[in-house]
Unconditional design. Structure first.
Length: 108
């Protein structure tokens, strides 16, 4: 995480329990996507994908992201099935039990 945080210029402290949640930033989605696209290390790509998901969730809370942003993010999310499952909230009984991006994730 420290290496990824340094590459992305985001905060990292060893005590951070939910690092991607704490540093998510919808304004930096394009930057995070770019770093994902050029990163070669599988573990680092996974960490960046988590950060993208949390940032997307924040973005959906504000307004629907652009089509281009969603197409790029969709490619990332399809690569990480476990993230798709988590954010899809398949066991949710109501919309109140889902995330802001859940409806979009379910289309993937």
């Amino acid at each position: 995480m420290a290496k990824v945080a340094g590459n992305l210029d985001v905060k990292f402290e060893s005590w951070m329990q939910d690092w991607p949640l704490e540093v998510a930033n919808p304004a930096r989605l394009s930057d995070f996507l770019h770093h994902y696209e050029i990163e070669k290390d599988i573990e680092r790509r996974r960490l960046i994908a988590e950060l993208i998901a949390y940032s997307l969730n924040d973005a959906f809370s504000l307004a629907r992201p652009s089509t281009e942003m969603l197409e790029r993010a969709g490619k990332v999310m399809r690569t990480h099935v476990d993230l798709l499952e988590y954010w899809a909230c398949r066991d949710a009984a109501t919309a109140d039990d889902t995330f802001a991006l859940t409806a979009w994730i379910r289309t993937l």
